[in-house]
Design a protein around this ligand. Sequence first.
Ligand code: ADP
Length: 270
Amino acid sequence: PGRLLVQARVAQVTPEHVLLLAEDLTQARRLEAIRRDFVVNVSHELKTPVGALSLLAETVQDAADDPQAVRRFAGRMQAEATRLSALVHEIIELSRLQATGALEEAEPVEVDEVVAEAVDRARTGADAKRVRVSTGGESGVTVFGDHNLLVTAVRNLLDNAVAYSPAGTQVAVGVRRRGELVEIAVVDEGVGIDPADQERVFERFYRVDPARSRDTGGTGLGLSIVKHVAADHGGDVSVWSQPGRGSTFTLRLPVADSRPPEPPPSDTDT
Ligand code: ADP
């Protein structure tokens, strides 16, 4: 870290002149290390549900003459398979975001529509948990980007807000324009996040409480995806939280009529 890695090439242009080409490999090496880390993490994360599935399959075979037990274990197998499928889906999504780094197709996107679609998709989970979701704030704001990616980002924030909140609480999504930026805030009254963890929750596979995250079907990739989507749109995402009281995740994006999205910063490696 901090050291520059340079690859130099020498070419004789004329008998008197030599051309020296220096290429900075620091970034390339760093990306390579990030990719390697990712593969190691992915393998580790995939082993857990696959191991659980194989153990459950064995148990079902042993319990073949007990229909009730078979049903119970089959249910757990189903839950593991669902988790595995969510994990694979998010891994693919994240590697796609990591590989491209920039938006392939950017067009004007209505923030209202993004929020409405994300709320719609999160609704079933919220209803099942008896968490009320409300929306409010400014309407008619446009950003420049990819509608589907933005829906995924807001939905991830919403799914988390619901997952880490007790029944009977509320989740509010608010849209506010601040100069050249629009803020989409997802506010919950849930378990909250300790200050020490707040900085780390955007890292890949980071979970404050792995057991709880597992219960909620979490993969530890949701916020990492949100961070990438935000960066690819020239924006960012941040968290404010009081443990035991709730959390607010804010997605900040440049408004479309202010300026085109900037290329993503290079440190979106978590
Ligand atoms: P997961 O799939 O585990 O939810 P995320 O990347 O979405 O992964 O979130 C990382 C961790 O951050 C979670 O495991 C959880 O501990 C914490 N977290 C995320 N959102 C919230 C929230 N709204 N309230 C409390 N904790 C949260």
